[in-house]
Design a protein around this ligand. Structure first.
Ligand SMILES: [Zn+2]
Length: 265
């Protein structure tokens, strides 16, 4: 009986979500336009200046502790099996909406990684940097090899608190059985909640990381973080770890930070 109802509940839910999304988009644009028109009329301070204060270079580079940051919240054990992981509050709230709607369709989402700061990423990177297999390698080749699976400290989207890894860190999990059903649901519905797969197949010329079917980004926030990253950060800011000197040479910002799916096909 319950399983008979699922498709209808899902259909009703999708239609309702589409309608509310349209109303929400209109309202959001009206508010946005009013923000653009009213402040100059009233002589408010420069909004871009305020925005700079909100996203600092340190936050873009992951140089902070999410456990003591007021914009972050610890993820409850209902949604993860990790003891102490954090997300930005807006992204977390959107995830919870998605989680419960997915559950109505019999889909169980689990966050297996969320915010990872600079020091955490530095730990991963430097452990790999010291591997004996890299004896005699050029630094740039070594960095490119590590980048197949791990970000350079200071260049990870996980620094921003907007991106999550879901259910399993292997593409093969999402290609059969339960994992395939979860992936199909995410491909169809995650965008309704603001989440998109950014590391898609590289067949269309996307640069950087391999495809990651588990990595989902909350674009309403992360698109602003990427824009600010490109405005404020250069390869000289990628420093303070072994191998950071090749960040410019291997085009870590151009090919990896910006090596994302631009629009969902
Ligand atoms: Zn990830």
């Amino acid at each position: 009986m319950a399983s008979f109802l699922y498709p209808r509940v899902c259909f009703w839910l999708s239609s309702f979500k589409s309608l509310t999304f349209i109303v929400y988009s209109i309202m959001k644009n009206l508010i946005l336009i009013s923000f653009l028109i009213i402040p100059p009329m009233l002589g408010y301070p420069d909004l871009q200046q305020d925005f700079d204060d909100v996203i600092s270079k340190k936050e873009l580079l992951g140089q902070f502790d999410p456990s003591s940051h007021p914009d972050f919240e610890k993820i409850h054990s209902d949604y993860t099996n990790k003891p102490s992981i954090y997300l930005r509050k807006k992204a977390y709230s959107a995830f919870k909406d998605m989680f419960y709607d997915a559950k109505l369709c019999g889909i169980d989402l689990k966050i297996i990684s969320a915010t990872r700061n600079f020091n955490y990423q530095k730990g991963i990177w430097e452990r790999k940097w010291k591997r004996t297999k890299y004896m005699g390698w050029q630094k740039a080749d070594k960095a490119l090899d590590i980048l197949k699976y791990s970000s350079m400290p200071g260049t990870s989207r996980h620094h921003w608190g907007t991106d999550i890894d879901l259910n399993d860190l292997n593409n093969s999990y999402f290609e059969t059985g339960e994992g395939q059903i979860i992936y199909q649901w995410l491909r169809l519905h995650a965008k309704d909640y603001g989440f998109e797969q950014v590391y898609t197949s590289k067949d269309q010329g996307r640069t950087g990381y391999q495809e990651e079917k588990w990595h989902w980004s909350y674009l309403p926030l992360s698109s602003i973080y990427l824009q600010e990253y490109n405005r404020l950060i250069t390869s000289e800011d990628i420093n303070n770890f072994n191998g950071s000197e090749v960040a410019g040479e291997i085009q870590a910002i151009e090919k990896y930070v910006n090596g994302i799916q631009k629009e969902n096909p």
